[in-house]
Design a binder for this molecule. Structure first.
Ligand SMILES: C[S@@+](CC[C@H](N)C(=O)[O-])C[C@H]1O[C@@H](n2cnc3c(N)ncnc32)[C@H](O)[C@@H]1O
Length: 204
């Protein structure tokens, strides 16, 4: 892991992901999170302040050391108790059927083996548990898609592995969830390449 990944990108990412429009979307997604909660790709902990009052404890995984350094400072200032682990979503260090909710925001794009990660999410959810996600991904317009495919190799380098062309709905539907609801919209003030959003809930 180089200096860029460890020191520069986490600060840039933290600043870029703090926009008011994104904060509003975080709060809306997390409003009805209940019970035992796991967040994958916890990053710098920007969701922490958006968990509702009744969530006092959560588990979190993220393999990024630099992200974790900023994240742990945010945990120290928060009233939510966080079991923060340096781990990848493709191999979750938790037993089967443990969580009521698993949360992912702007994370699936950065996971190298997203299908494996989602099968892990499914495994650790209790029957009836929910996977709540807010992600950017592939646009419907063929012209935008073409550019998303073309620019993904550059984006991967600039944004620490993030890809622009993930079909989020397809990968979520690829798991045996009982119900999947997905809403599509564009993120305000963001080019469609990066602002094509998928917000949804999948129930085990
Ligand atoms: C763009 S950041 C988003 C951070 C945070 N979820 C947010 O909403 O601000 C993407 C995050 O995914 C994490 N990540 C990368 N590979 C991962 C993996 N295999 N498993 C879990 N998280 C991963 C990165 O370390 C980074 O913190």
């Amino acid at each position: 892991m180089g200096i860029y990944s460890r020191h520069i990108f986490p600060r840039l990412c933290d600043r870029a992901m703090r926009r008011p429009e994104m904060a509003r979307l975080r709060s809306e997604l997390l409003v009805d999170v209940v019970g035992e909660v796991l967040e994958i790709g916890f990053g710098t902990g920007l969701n922490l302040e958006h968990y509702p009052e009744h969530v006092r404890r959560l588990s979190a995984v993220d393999p990024g050391e630099g992200m974790g350094r900023i994240g742990r400072k945010r945990i120290a200032r928060s009233t939510v108790e966080v079991d923060h682990r340096l781990a990848v979503a493709e191999s979750l260090p938790f037993e089967d059927d443990r969580f009521d909710c698993v949360v992912s925001t702007w994370t699936l794009c950065s996971i190298p083996d997203v299908r494996r990660a989602l099968s892990e999410v499914y495994r650790v959810l209790k029957p009836g548990g929910r996977f709540l996600f807010l992600e950017h991904g592939l646009n419907d317009d063929p012209c935008v898609r073409r550019w998303q495919h073309r620019l993904t190799p550059i984006q991967r380098v600039l944004a620490d592995g993030c890809r622009l062309d993930l079909d989020v709905e397809a990968v979520v539907r690829g798991q045996p969830f009982r119900e999947v609801e997905v809403e599509r919209f564009l993120l305000e003030g963001t080019p469609r390449l990066l602002g094509s959003m998928y917000r949804g809930v999948a129930r085990k």
